[in-house]
Ligand binder design. Structure first.
Ligand code: H79
Length: 598
């Protein structure tokens, strides 16, 4: 019975995490950039682009380790995973004394990192309040520390002009008989969620909104237990206390002022409404003694670039230790990102998603009078091709060093001549000054492929699907709760279930075509067909392993054809099963790799 319940819960969570990405891919492509959905209240949020998430609680003290047992994956779920009784878990309180915590240092770090808002866990699912509360004894005031870190952060944020925000888990509370989630100490059928909301959740939310000055936003997580009307009444209460405080979409039931995607998820295409991608620096949100999978500075800059080019914010998490210090690797990394932002921030802050679809060289962002081209892959012939672009341009220069660049425009293409030397290997931003507003998106322009890149990656979100094939959002967790996301073409079971790309080859060249896919053993060995215009290439699929929500999607890169472009122009790639059968594979992307340079 418990197993079935867990499965149902898992299913609900997966549905919740993946929200409803699938059918919306095309709808989410904005065709009218001038009609931005922006309200005055969310403007600061949409301009901010970079926030700091801080997961800090009793779980930080344990660091994912309980009585010599190590819990890999997200450390803040340790109590639930270990089914640790409330009475035992609460003993962590006795040793929780984060004397290295220094609010001013945290705020200075955030400022130096170019961060505009900070979201701190006031209470996570474990139920422990990191603030002074009259509605529970399970709080930081009853530890040897006896200080309210949120109060100290509020003072420092005020002083330095950083927006303070709180995370509050409104329904899960493993400490309370009526809170959600704890079925090892308490009996599910005896729970009264309304009582939990009325005696702890809502009173504590009220304290957070009353005692810490103006908040930028309140970040709810894991909704449940109450109706839409009850949720609406919590929202009204919040709006009464702080009309300008934004509410995250994880208040549930389709409500909230901005949208959060799944943990660690970036949507495949731009999104109009205010939204945020949440990522943690490594794989765990809370401090973990055994998670060393920290992203590099380059990876974070690329992640930020990807998110901002789709119109969102990156809320990047760090997990301070039980002693109150932020891991040094996170501190150093944040400071380096901040240095990059000092030079390149104009192309990040206050921008909207880019009007140019992703190209082999990179992505774009836009603000009034300026188009920014984020060059992530430098063309070896120094020619940057911006397809489908008809805007009026007065000047083009490199953002980080102001070097003016020469450009040419014809009916639908702008070509910019870049210097031979790459100014910034990670992301060199080209600033294009516009003399008038751009009133259209160029997202329909085909990807321009040339032999001047090591690889031309064709994301599956740029493909069209036919028959029963789907462009699907897939989620899985590696260790536990560390969700990973991929968009793939799926359900290709018959020759009519195809996907296709239109590509614009700007010059002659020879390429190999590589398919990146995942395929379970029992589906492998089937034949597929890749058509390059009228040329046919047959291939047989290889096994990579089984995938489900609890097992990662593993991909293989298989070369399936070799083509020679003798005349520049538009070509079509179509991929389909050769015969009826099982799903051919889950296709993540197609890669064109030039074989040699002319
Ligand atoms: O605070 C971080 C996570 O702890 C929190 N969101 C981020 C910001 C989060 N809470 N819940 N979830 C994420 C998703 C929950 C997934 C679950 Fe499960 C699937 C709960 C039960 C099944 C993961 C796998 C946790 C337990 C098993």
């Amino acid at each position: 019975m418990r197993y079935i319940k867990q499965c149902l819960l898992n299913l609900l969570v997966i549905l919740f995490l993946s929200e409803h990405l699938n059918a919306q891919i095309i709808d989410m492509w904005d065709k009218t950039i001038s009609n931005k959905l922006q309200s005055e209240k969310t403007q600061w949020f949409q301009d901010a682009k970079f926030g700091l998430f801080v997961h800090w609680g009793l779980f930080s003290q344990a660091g994912g380790e309980w009585k010599e047992k190590r819990f890999y994956g997200v450390s803040e779920w340790m109590m639930q995973r270990g089914k640790i009784p409330v009475a035992e878990y609460s003993k962590l309180v006795e040793d929780f004394n984060p004397t290295k915590f220094n609010a001013e240092e945290w705020v200075n770090l955030a400022k130096d990192a170019g961060i505009k808002y900070i979201v701190v866990t006031a209470k996570h699912h474990e139920g422990f309040a990191m603030f002074k509360t009259n509605f529970s004894n399970f709080s930081i005031m009853n530890t040897p520390f006896k200080r309210d870190p949120l109060k100290e952060l509020s003072a420092s944020c005020n002083k330095k002009g950083l927006k303070l925000c709180f995370y509050y888990s409104q329904n899960l509370d493993w400490h309370e008989p009526n809170g959600g989630g704890n079925d090892w100490d308490f009996v599910e059928k005896n729970k009264d969620y309304s009582s939990y909301y009325n005696t702890k959740s809502i009173p504590q939310i009220t304290e957070l909104l009353s005692n810490y000055g103006p908040l930028g936003l309140i970040w709810f997580d894991m909704p449940g237990g109450i109706s839409k009307e009850q949720t609406q009444s919590i929202i009204s209460k919040i709006k009464k206390l702080q009309p300008n405080c934004l509410i995250s979409s994880r208040i549930g039931l389709g409500l909230g002022d901005f949208r959060d995607f799944g943990d660690g998820e970036v949507p495949p295409v731009p999104v109009k409404e205010p939204w945020e991608a949440i990522f943690t620096h490594n794989d765990s949100w809370g401090y973990s003694k055994f998670d060393f999978n920290f992203k590099t500075v380059q990876e974070i800059i690329l992640l930020l670039t990807d998110v901002v080019s789709k119109g969102g914010n990156l809320l990047l998490n760090v997990g301070p230790k039980g002693d109150g210090s932020i891991p040094e690797v996170s501190v150093k990394c944040l400071l380096s990102v901040g240095k990059w932002l000092q030079v390149n921030g104009d192309a990040i802050y206050g921008t909207t998603y880019g009007p140019i679809p992703p190209q082999p060289w990179g992505v774009s962002t836009l603000k009034t009078g300026k188009l920014f081209l984020h060059v992530l892959h430098w063309p070896k012939n120094s020619q940057l091709i911006v397809p489908g672009f008809t805007g009026k341009v007065s000047e083009v220069k490199i953002l980080c060093n102001n070097t003016p660049l020469v450009w040419e425009q014809n009916a639908s293409t702008m070509t910019i001549t870049l210097p031979k030397e790459i100014p910034d290997e990670t992301n060199t931003i080209i600033e294009v000054l516009l003399t008038g507003p751009l009133n259209e998106s160029y997202f329909d322009a085909p990807i321009v492929v040339s032999p001047w890149y090591d690889h031309c990656n064709l994301d599956i979100s740029r493909a069209r699907n036919f028959g029963n094939s789907k462009i699907e959002h897939l989620t899985s967790s590696h260790y536990f709760g560390d969700w990973k996301h991929n968009t793939c073409a799926t359900s290709m079971q018959a020759p009519a279930d195809s996907i296709s790309y239109q590509l614009n080859f700007s010059e002659v060249g020879d390429y190999k075509i590589i398919l990146e896919y995942s395929c379970p053993f029992e589906n492998s060995g089937q034949e597929g067909l890749l058509k390059f215009d009228e040329q046919k290439f047959y291939f047989q699929t290889l096994a990579t392993g089984n995938y489900d929500n609890w097992h990662p999607l593993l991909f293989i890169q298989q070369t399936v054809s070799e083509v020679s472009i003798k005349e520049p122009g538009i070509r079509k790639i179509t991929i389909s099963p050769l015969q009826n059968g099982k799903e051919l594979f889950k296709l993540n992307r197609v890669v064109l790799t030039p074989i040699h340079f002319n």
